[in-house]
Design a protein around this ligand. Structure first.
Ligand code: PLP
Length: 418
């Protein structure tokens, strides 16, 4: 399979000049250890196109000021750029802009829900249902608030292929379950969960749902409204945006009933020593000076993804995933973790007899950036019975030639370690 001639490609993906897209990412032109960089760590953080880099740079060069505070020209330009990015981000995921709280990322978004929604509403014996494939960001905040309010954590299981066991999950949705927090796409297994169906089942039973969309938003079209969840958290730096950016969408009724998480400037209407009144959502949850340049850059990332087309990106990455999986399956001693029917371009693997960190270190010497370790998913690693895996995570800017090179490099590394 080559990038230029791909009989599998349907028009959406085939009409895009992926090589030109790739050329938009300056860092992909560099070398490491004298070899061309091959970046297979996009699930960790994505690379940034020049449009995002230039927009962030231009913000600091030409418009830098604080938001929502000053009437001078720069202040208004900065506010317009910041709120404009919120509006485009909201449209991108099909929600209302005034229901989209801008955060520093998924971690802050989930903590906001834990402390402002769950802690005040859950009590002793109430159950928070999680799944075995969660990132620590969707485990630890719930543990912290459960300790304080007496709630109990329960865990939904996965099948040997790495899919959620849906029948078991629905059986676990008992009357004491108040909240279900689960990932849209697993950062270790690549599993894409049937979010709309799960949320429908939860809603029928009066269970509030939070979806961790960190690994979904950058890689497939996501219509949050159509999913039917209560909360959806995602992060900007995995979707071509700057680090320290992200968002939480929440149903209006939750945003209205939730008390603020952090107090300070921006989130207030009037401050008296006797009593303070708060701004309307989403500003009620955005205390202090935000990452203005970052959010403006995230707006440029949204423009880039929208112009490329999320359906085309999904299709391209599916083709790369299939090609990479088939190629790795042909190598003796390679074991892939996660064989879900619906899967994103994340391949966790091990090579017989080799430690994940040794593999990643030797691959780095060949120019290949893959992540090794527990991937912030200790409970999942314990469940699959390994302390660490290597993870190759692909994005639309990767190529089949890079995959071919990777397979060769892996063969070489395997010999060195064997
Ligand atoms: N959830 C998942 C599934 C992730 O992959 C990550 C990042 O790796 C996070 C949450 C945390 O995102 P952030 O560190 O941007 O808050």
């Amino acid at each position: 399979m080559s990038d230029a001639v791909n009989p599998e490609a349907t028009p959406a993906s085939a009409t895009i000049d992926w090589a030109a897209k790739r050329a938009d990412f300056p860092v992909l032109a560099r070398t490491v250890h004298g070899k061309p960089l091959v970046y297979f760590d996009s699930a960790n953080t994505s690379q940034k196109p020049r449009q995002v880099i230039e927009t962030t740079d231009a913000f600091y060069r030409e418009h830098n000021a604080n938001v929502s505070r000053a009437v001078h020209t720069l202040g208004m330009e900065a506010t317009d750029a910041y709120e404009g990015a919120r509006t485009r981000l909201a449209a991108f995921v099909n929600v209302r802009a005034d229901e989209l709280v801008l955060t520093s990322g998924t971690t802050q978004a989930i903590n906001l829900v834990a402390y402002s929604h769950a802690l005040p509403t859950l009590g002793k014996g109430d159950v928070i249902l999680l799944t075995r494939m969660e990132h620590h960001a969707n485990i630890v905040p719930w543990q912290l608030i459960a300790e304080r309010c007496g709630a109990v954590i329960r865990v939904a299981d996965i099948t040997p292929e790495g899919e959620l066991d849906l029948d078991a999950l629905y059986r676990q949705m008992t009357a004491d379950v108040r909240l279900l927090a689960f990932t849209h796409v697993s950062n270790v297994l690549g599993t894409v969960n049937p979010v709309a169906e799960i949320c429908r089942e939860a809603r029928r039973r009066g269970i509030v749902t939070l979806v961790d969309g960190s690994q979904a938003i950058p890689h497939r079209p996501v219509d949050i409204t159509a999913l039917g969840c209560d909360f959806y958290a995602f992060t900007g730096h995995k979707m071509l945006g700057p680090t320290g950016t992200g968002a939480l969408w929440a149903r209006r009724e939750h945003l209205q009933s939730m008390p603020p998480f952090l107090g300070g400037g921006e989130m207030i209407r009037e401050v008296r020593f006797e009593k303070t009144t708060f701004n309307d959502p989403p500003h009620k949850f955005e205390a202090g000076t935000p990452n203005i340049a970052g959010i403006v850059g995230l707006g440029a990332a949204v423009d880039y993804l929208s112009a490329t087309g999320m359906a085309a990106i999904e299709q391209r990455e599916k083709q790369l995933l299939q090609y990479a999986t088939e190629s790795l399956d042909r190598i003796d001693g390679v074991r892939i973790f996660g064989r879900a029917r619906e899967k994103a371009a994340v391949i966790s693997f091990l090579v017989e007899g080799a430690h994940a960190h040794d593999l990643a270190t030797l691959l780095d010497l060949e120019g290949y950036a893959v992540r090794s370790g527990h991937h912030c998913a200790h409970p999942l690693m314990a469940y699959i019975g390994v302390p660490a895996t290597c993870r190759a995570s692909l994005a639309f800017y990767n190529t089949v030639e890079e995959i071919d090179g990777f397979v060769k490099a892996l063969g070489k590394v395997r010999k060195l370690l064997g």
